[in-house]
Ligand binder design. Structure first.
Ligand SMILES: [Fe+2]
Ligand SMILES: [Fe+2]
Length: 194
């Protein structure tokens, strides 16, 4: 089942989609940064949990896959004659992080589940772009990315189930979906992934 994105509690707004379509170049630069950060995030899991076999293998694969997304987006950036932008803070990710609990186990579960909701939102937004963009190459690219990010969403949920019991995952995932929706709905609309 690849429909992990449907577990989000809200859909992205038409205003967000308009902002992207009206300034696709700005969006693309931010998208590149997001792929780079996704790869780094996976490698930070590797550094933080070197003793967790299953996680380790999955995060190395994920880091490579996200790095490949980064490479592909950078190619699109260069094709449009753009330059990558300096790093910017991502208020969405920072606000999500603020809800990660302390304590070894809680922290671990929250890292997995916050990553799961970030991936689900990415999948939802890339699918929206794929459905609404005219350029055929970009349509195909974003549809493929949407699928990929949906599978990452499921990967984080699976890892959560591997390391925690189902009830705990279910309860906390429901919290995260509520947290995520509140954050995404309150963010100013910009030509950014978030
Ligand atoms: Fe990605
Ligand atoms: Fe991803």
């Amino acid at each position: 089942m690849m429909n992990g994105a449907f577990s989000l509690k809200s859909k992205s707004s038409g205003a967000w989609l308009d902002a992207i379509m009206n300034n696709f170049d700005a969006f693309l630069l931010d998208h590149a940064a997001n792929e780079r950060k996704a790869s780094s995030m996976a490698m930070s899991m590797v550094a933080h949990y070197p003793d967790k076999d299953r996680l380790l293998e999955a995060m190395i694969d994920l880091a490579l896959e996200e790095l490949n997304h980064f490479r592909q987006v950078v190619k699109l950036v260069r094709k449009r004659g753009l330059l990558l932008a300096p790093d910017e803070k991502d208020p969405y990710v920072n606000q999500l992080r603020a809800s990660i609990r302390r304590g070894k186990q809680h922290y671990f579960l929250d890292r997995l589940l916050s990553a799961a909701v970030i991936e689900a939102r990415g999948a939802e937004r890339f699918a929206l772009i794929a459905d609404n963009i005219d350029d055929e190459e970009l349509k195909i690219f974003y549809a493929a990315l949407a699928k990929s990010e949906a599978s990452h969403h499921l990967l984080f949920i699976e890892l959560a189930h591997h390391y925690f019991d189902a009830d705990e995952v279910k309860t906390r995932l429901s919290d995260w979906l509520t947290i995520e929706t509140k954050i995404i709905e309150e963010l100013p609309v910009r030509a950014r992934l978030h």
